[in-house]
Design a protein around this ligand. Structure first.
Ligand SMILES: Cc1cc2nc3c(=O)[nH]c(=O)nc-3n(C[C@H](O)[C@H](O)[C@H](O)COP(=O)(O)O)c2cc1C
Ligand code: SF4
Length: 477
């Protein structure tokens, strides 16, 4: 796991738990409107993939149990994990790319309504992503995957392609760096990864033609399933975030300048808005900063935020980092993972942190972005997340106007009842996330995500059959 150089372990901040009366008067527990819907409080559980869908992307009983458990803590909003919009095999990623997924998703909506007593509004995060291959064995890479080009032939005059493949496979690293292009070297060392700027590939060139319709159809399906809102996934390492990124140098009017980079995200949103029922809250999650060299900055994001607000989004949810560009080299046979490098750490900072610490690392950026949106005359609510896990922090952020809603992912995983406990003046019973990213390690391996604290709970030991708990231990208010 990557840590900033010279990292030190930071203690958890003072929680400042309120009494029940103080909580009742807190901004955190006051209602907020997101376009057509009203949240009962400003608490928000951001999307988290738990790896509980079937291999075909269907809702399972484990998916239902996972979301029911979050709903019992009655957050204002709960966002269902990144859910694939295409009707293509995607492993055990939840999917919504066809009507056959509707019955499972309808059941999920019903389950959350029931478990939260109707208090929690349920949104679904919808995602598109490009292909990434596993890191190849060098032998296979040279024998099969590498496309032999004129550039290679120039290095080996007189040899046929088969002989060039054999010669390349025998070259030392330093020589390979001379003979292969940077992109070929990357495919060898990390596995081939498509980029939005690969416009020589028809399916990537056509993304601006295809994606508005795909996202719009998906949003309509989300409405049919009964969701209260849709969060367009414009964050992290995936397609839409990569259009926004300053690294996007497409030359077809969808890359380069900020105006061009935001064009497809706006076209997608407009298509979604035009197709969706008016009752659905529509917004996006995007990055306050890419946190990779050459990536989008806070200034870029403030610009995007204003454009999203102007287009009529009902909320803006901010994350940071989580990009592929600085991901660690995977083992042979495994795929690169976007949360393994410095930008991944910025996305899910751990207690081993630089002097700034892991807590509320996205707050200053959120304040700047929200101020830009307000200065442009829009009241669009802004959700901030990243290392927020105490009442004092959350209420301070809201009181200072740095954000309008508080997203807490890992703290809600550690203790799905933490909002409810805080609201009832029982904050001292909150199981506090220790920010060591055991959960994220499971996510990386695509194993069922759990929190390491659940099994240590007194009386909340492993399930009777001795297995790891798959949901947090219960709490009776
Ligand atoms: C297990 C796990 C899965 C995640 N899956 C998603 C996801 O599907 N979509 C997303 O936008 N962020 C995802 N995230 C990032 C979180 O939503 C959140 O931005 C991040 O954990 C930082 O917030 P926190 O400090 O409150 O945990 C995931 C995080 C974790 C720990
Ligand atoms: S495993 Fe639990 S305690 Fe550790 S970071 Fe994840 S949620 Fe927090």
């Amino acid at each position: 796991m990557w840590h900033p150089p010279g990292a030190i372990r930071h203690p958890l901040p003072e929680p400042g738990w309120p009494t029940e009366a103080q909580a009742a008067a807190a901004r955190l527990f006051s209602p907020v409107r997101l376009g057509p819907i009203q949240l009962e409080q400003r608490t928000w559980v951001p999307a988290m993939v738990p790896w509980r869908a079937t291999e075909e992307g269907f809702v399972t009983n484990d998916v239902l149990a996972w979301y029911a458990r979050f709903a019992q803590g009655r957050p204002g909003a709960l966002v269902v994990e990144a859910t694939g919009i295409r009707d293509v095999p995607s492993g055990p990623l939840l999917r919504i790319g066809h009507d056959r997924f509707l019955p499972g998703l309808e059941k999920l909506v019903e389950t959350v309504r029931k478990a939260s007593g109707g208090k929690t509004r349920l949104l679904i995060q919808i995602i598109d992503f490009l292909s990434i291959r596993r890191r190849p064995e060098p032998g296979k890479f040279f024998a099969r995957f590498l496309e032999i080009t004129e550039a290679h032939r120039g290095h080996f005059p007189g040899k046929d392609d088969a002989a060039i493949r054999t010669a390349l496979a025998g070259l030392p690293e330093a020589e390979l760096e001379r003979v292969l292009s940077p992109r070929e070297l990357e495919s060898l060392r990390l596995g081939a990864r498509e980029r939005v700027s690969d416009t020589h590939l028809a399916h990537i060139r056509d993304l601006p033609k295809v994606l508005p319709g795909l996202f719009a159809d998906t949003a309509v399906r989300a409405g049919k399933a009964g969701f209260d809102g849709v969060e367009l996934h414009y964050a992290h390492a995936y397609t839409m975030s990569s259009f926004l990124s300053a690294l996007n140098d497409r030359a077809d009017g969808y890359g380069g300048t900020r105006e061009n980079r935001v064009r497809l995200p706006l076209e997608v949103f407009r298509a979604v808005k035009a197709a969706s029922p008016k009752s659905l809250a529509l917004g996006c999650r995007f990055l306050s900063e890419d946190c990779v060299p050459g990536g989008s900055t806070l200034e870029d994001s403030a610009f995007f935020a204003v454009e999203f607000a102007r287009a009529g989004m009902d909320f803006l949810s901010l994350s940071r980092g989580g990009r592929f560009e600085d991901a660690e080299q995977p083992k042979v046979g495994q795929a690169a993972y976007p949360y393994t490098g410095p930008s991944g750490w910025e996305c899910m900072p751990t207690a081993m942190a630089d002097a700034k610490g892991p807590f509320g690392r996205n707050v200053a950026a959120s304040a700047r972005i929200r101020a830009a949106v307000r200065a442009a005359g829009f009241q669009t609510p802004v959700v901030v997340s990243g290392g927020i896990s105490s009442f004092a922090q959350a209420e301070g952020i809201l009181q200072r106007g740095e954000a309008d809603l508080i997203g807490a992912a890992r703290q809600s995983l550690a203790d799905p009842d933490w909002f409810l406990k805080t609201r009832r003046g029982r904050g001292s019973e909150v199981r506090r996330c220790t920010y060591t990213n055991y959960c994220e390690g499971l996510d990386q391996m695509h194993k069922q995500v759990t929190c390491k604290l659940w099994d240590r709970e007194p009386g909340g030991d492993r399930t009777p059959d001795g297995k790891r708990r798959l949901v947090a231990p219960g709490w009776a208010p």
